[in-house]
Design a protein around this ligand. Sequence first.
Ligand SMILES: [Zn+2]
Length: 256
Amino acid sequence: MSAYEIVPLRALSDNYVWTIRDARCAAVVDPGDARPVIDYLEREKLELVAILNTHHHADHVGGNRGLLARWKAPVFGPHDERIAEVTQRLKDGERCTLPHFGIEFGVLEIPAHTRSHIAFHGGGMVFSGDTLFAVGCGRLFEGTPKQMHESLSRLMQLPDDTRVYCGHEYTVSNIRFARAVEPDNAALRELEARAKKLRDQDLPTLPSTIAQEKATNPFVRVREPAVVAAASKHAGKPLADPVSVLGEIREWKNSF
Ligand SMILES: [Zn+2]
């Protein structure tokens, strides 16, 4: 396997196109827009060797066609005809190997934000799309609180030091909500200071890690007494199970 680095390319308003690159080649995750990717690859004289798609939303796949018009590359993605460009459709537990880089990714089906959303994990990284964000989770467009709870729980089984590359720069606003849920969480307070400093310098707050999410993300902390209490207070009734807690704080956040 060659040495590589992960570079965030900004696209649209707050998307990141995570780019795996070395001196010669690049693979991109969720290119919502082709333009910034083509500009970067041409400037750096890199050849595109693969596209990975986590889910069908336009801000994650809208750049596929423009990139494929310029380079010939395989597209790894879910079983969902709404992404026409996918050349290798992947199911839960299947693996794929990035051409050139030789990085092997396992696939996790993590439905809830969309019904066919997948994550790619390998090389100490996970590309979590719009399911797991730093200190947050995606909206439930095509799934239920139960599915989101199960999907997040699966991601939390990855090793604690796994770096989490998600689809959007939402961290600071996610922290604002998380602090309303858990005002006494010291890890959250520390992260807020760090994240704000990074954003003031116009730097990404990502990647996160699985350990950081376990310490700060209210949507994965649905068994923590403080989170259960805050969700129950917001609901106006005691919430006994993690799925109800997740459902309540997801609705709470929608109107926060
Ligand atoms: Zn999405």
